[in-house]
Design a binder for this molecule. Structure first.
Ligand code: 1HE
Length: 260
C-alpha cells in the first residue's frame, strides 16, 4: 500500500477529508501511517479552510502499532514520541481548524490524535480507552497534556490504571468529545460542521485555535491582556468590517433557538 493509500486525502470544496486507511490493522499508527498523516495534514493547511480526520473500516484508530513498538531502543522511543508530537502539533496549532469523526475504537494514540483536533464528533459505536498501563507502556503522543486537560487528570489516571472503556455518551460528559450522533453519522456530521467553520473569517478561526489554548496556559491578567489585542486585531480586519456591516444592513443570517 502506498503512502497516499494508507492515508487518503480528498478535497471536498473548502474542506479536506483525511482518512486513516489501514482497516485490516484497525488503523493502528505505524511509522508509515504517521508520515503519510503528516503529509496530508500539511497539504490540508495550504489547500483547505477546515479539515476532517476519520478512519476507514470498523474503528477510528487502535492507537500505536504495537508490532513496531517492541523493536525500539530507548532513544528511538524518544524520537518516535517527539515525531508524533510534531505531527499532532501541526494539527492543533496550524492554520485551520481540524474536526475528527470518531467511531468504534478510539484508543491509546487514536485518542491522542483525536485530542489534537479541535472538535470531536463521536458516533454511538465509539468507545474511548487508554490501555497503555495494561500494555506496559505510557502515552507518548501528547496525551498527558491534551487528554489530561480535556477530561482532567483524575479521569485520565483512572482510564490508564484500570484500562476501562468509556462510551460515547460518557465521553461527552467527560469532555472527550463535543458531539454524539447516530451510528455511521459522524463523518457527514463532522464535514457539515467543518463546512460551517470554513465560512468564518480566517482571522477569527486562527484566533480561536491559537489564542484560546494559550490563554488557558496563562495567568488571568495575562490572558485578559492578550485577549484585548487579539480582539482588536480581528475586529479591525476588512473581513470583520464587511461582516459587521452585513449584520447592520440586515443581509446577514440571524441567530435562532436550536430547536427551530
Ligand atoms: C493491531 C493493533 C495495534 C489491532 N497494533 N496491530 N492499542 C491497543 O492496545 C489496542 C489493541 N487493539 C484492540 O484492542 C482491538 O484490536 C480493537 C478493539 C482495536 C479492534 O478489535 P477487533 O476485534 O475489531 O480487531 P482485532 O481482531 O483485535 O484486530 C485485527 C487486526 O489488527 C489484528 O491483526 P491480524 O494480523 O491478527 O489480523 C490485530 O493484531 C491488529 N491490530 N490493533 C498492531 N494497536 C505514542 S504512544 C501511544 C500508545 C498507545 O497507543 S497504546 C494503545 C495500543
Amino acid at each position: 500500500m502506498s503512502d497516499s493509500e494508507i492515508v487518503r486525502y480528498e478535497l471536498d470544496g473548502e474542506v479536506a477529508v483525511i482518512t486513516l486507511n489501514r482497516p485490516e490493522k484497525r488503523n493502528a499508527v505505524s511509522d508509515r501511517l504517521i508520515r503519510a498523516l503528516a503529509d496530508a495534514v500539511t497539504r490540508a493547511q495550504t489547500e483547505a479552510k477546515a479539515a476532517v480526520i476519520c478512519g476507514a473500516g470498523k474503528h477510528f484508530c487502535a492507537g500505536l502499532d504495537l508490532g513496531e513498538h517492541v523493536k525500539r531502543t530507548p532513544i528511538e522511543g524518544v524520537h518516535h514520541s517527539r515525531g508524533w508530537h510534531a505531527v499532532f502539533e501541526t494539527i492543533e496549532a496550524g492554520r485551520i481548524p481540524f474536526f475528527s469523526a470518531l467511531h468504534g475504537a478510539v484508543v491509546g494514540g487514536g485518542l491522542e490524535l483525536a485530542a489534537a483536533t479541535h472538535i470531536r464528533v463521536a458516533d454511538a459505536t465509539t468507545f474511548f480507552a487508554l490501555p497503555e498501563g495494561t500494555r506496559g507502556i505510557f502515552v507518548g503522543g501528547g496525551g498527558s497534556v491534551r487528554v489530561g486537560r480535556l477530561t482532567g487528570v483524575a479521569r485520565m489516571t483512572d482510564m490508564m490504571l484500570t484500562g476501562r472503556t468509556v462510551s460515547a455518551e460518557q465521553g461527552e460528559q467527560w469532555n472527550l468529545c463535543q458531539y454524539v450522533v447516530g451510528a455511521g453519522e459522524a463523518k457527514s456530521f463532522a464535514i457539515d460542521l467543518a463546512r460551517k467553520a470554513a465560512q468564518n473569517a480566517e482571522m477569527s478561526n486562527y484566533a480561536i485555535i491559537h489564542a484560546l489554548p494559550r490563554v488557558e496556559d496563562m495567568s488571568r491578567a495575562d490572558g485578559l491582556f492578550l485577549e484585548s489585542f487579539v480582539a482588536s486585531m480581528a475586529a479591525s480586519s476588512p473581513e470583520a468590517e464587511e461582516r459587521l456591516n452585513a449584520f447592520l444592513d440586515k443581509t446577514a443570517a440571524r441567530l435562532s433557538h436550536p430547536s427551530t
